[in-house]
Design a protein around this ligand. Structure first.
Ligand code: PSU
Ligand code: MN
Length: 304
C-alpha cells in the first residue's frame, strides 16, 4: 500500500520485497515508557535481538511529519533523549502531525497502522492499552483495542498492566472479534506478573501454531488483528502483592488529581515505576526482549 507520508527504510524495504521476516516496534515505549538512557539502550538491544533471531527490526515513529518504518540508531537516540517532549501520537493525532510536519511517538495503535501501511505483519511491544478501571463512567477505552479490531497486524505483548480493568478489556476484545492467544499458558498474563486469574481464548505452544492461526485469519478474509500474550519470564516476574499495591495507589492518586484523557496511562505507568523503584524497570526491559524473540520466531514461521 503506497502512502505519500510513508518512508520505509532500505533494510526494511529490501526484507519485505524478499519475503523475509520483519518485526515492527513502537516508539512511545522509548520516549514515554522508560527513562533516558535506558530507553535508548533497550530500543537498540531489542533490534539486536530481532537480528540475532534472523528477522529485521522496524522501529516505527513519526519524524517531521513523515511516517517512518525503520529508524536509524541516531533517530532512536533522538527519540530517547527528547523523551516526553515528543507528542504521544494516537490515531486521532496522525493527520495533524503529518499536516504540520511534527514528530510523534507511536502508540500500539499508530504503530499497527504504519506497520500495516508498510506491509509488516508482526509487532512486538511491552503492554497494550485497554479498558480503564471505572470506564463504565469515564468511557476511557484505549484506541489500541479499536485498532486490534480493525487492522490485520499481530501484536506480541506481555498482556496488559492491572492499571486497567483486564476483565473488561477481554470482554471488549471478544465483542470485536480479536483472538487472544496465551503463549504456553491459558491464563492471561498481567505484564509484571504472570497471573491475572483470567483466561485467554487459546493456548498455543509453538510459533508455528501461532503463524498458522494468522494465515487462517487472513485466508478467511477476517479483518482485524490478533493479540499474542507472552508471560514475563519467571525469574523477572514481580511479587503480585507489591505490584498490585503500587497499582492501586497509583490509580487512587490519578482519581484524586483528576488525571484523564491521553495523560492517564503515562501518569499511571510513571507512578507505578516510582513506587516500585528500579525493580519494575528491569522487569519491563526483560519482558520486551522476551516478546521481541517470540515475535521474530512467529515472523519466521509466517514467511515460510
Ligand atoms: N501500557 C504499558 N506500557 C506502555 C503503554 C501502555 O504497559 O508503554 C503505551 C503504549 O504505547 C500504548 C499506549 O499503546 O500507552 C496506550 O495509551 P492509551 O491508554 O492512552 O491509549
Ligand atoms: Mn485513554
Amino acid at each position: 500500500m503506497l502512502n505519500q507520508y510513508l518512508d520505509i527504510n532500505e533494510e526494511v524495504k529490501e526484507a519485505l520485497e524478499q519475503g523475509k521476516p520483519v518485526v515492527a516496534l513502537e516508539s512511545t515505549i522509548i520516549s514515554h515508557g522508560m527513562p533516558y538512557p535506558q530507553n535508548v539502550e533497550t530500543a537498540l538491544n531489542v533490534e539486536k535481538i530481532i537480528r540475532e533471531e534472523g528477522a529485521v527490526p522496524a522501529t516505527i515513529a513519526i519524524i517531521g511529519g513523515r511516517l517512518k518504518a525503520g529508524l536509524t540508531p541516531e533517530e532512536i537516540e533522538y527519540f530517547g533523549k527528547k523523551g516526553t517532549a515528543i507528542a504521544k501520537a494516537s490515531r486521532r493525532d496522525l493527520a495533524a502531525l503529518c499536516a504540520k510536519g511534527e514528530d510523534g511517538a507511536t502508540t500500539v495503535t499508530t504503530t499497527m497502522m504504519i506497520a500495516h501501511m508498510a506491509g509488516i505483519k508482526l509487532f512486538a511491544t511491552g503492554g497494550i492499552g485497554g479498558v480503564h478501571r471505572g470506564a463504565e463512567k469515564t468511557m476511557d477505552i484505549s484506541a489500541d483495542l479499536e485498532e486490534l479490531a480493525n487492522t490485520p497486524v499481530m501484536v506480541v505483548c506481555a498482556g496488559a498492566k492491572a492499571i486497567l480493568d483486564l476483565h473488561l478489556t477481554l470482554e471488549y476484545l471478544e465483542t470485536h472479534g480479536v483472538p487472544v492467544i496465551g503463549y504456553g499458558t491459558k491464563e492471561l498474563p498481567a505484564f509484571y506478573s504472570r497471573h491475572s486469574g483470567l483466561e485467554v481464548d487459546y493456548r498455543m505452544d509453538t510459533p508455528e501454531e501461532i503463524a498458522n492461526l494468522f494465515k487462517a485469519q487472513t485466508a478467511l478474509g477476517l479483518r482485524g488483528g490478533i493479540l499474542v500474550t507472552n508471560p514475563i519470564p519467571e525469574e523477572y516476574a514481580m511479587d503480585d502483592t507489591i505490584i498490585n499495591q503500587a497499582i492501586d495507589q497509583a490509580v487512587q492518586e490519578a482519581e484524586e488529581k483528576g488525571v484523564h484523557g491521553k495523560e492517564i496511562t503515562p501518569f499511571l505507568l510513571a507512578r507505578v515505576k516510582e513506587l516500585t523503584g528500579g525493580d519494575s524497570l528491569d522487569s519491563n526491559i526483560q519482558l520486551v526482549y522476551n516478546n521481541a524473540r517470540l515475535a521474530s520466531r512467529i515472523a519466521k514461521a509466517y514467511v515460510k
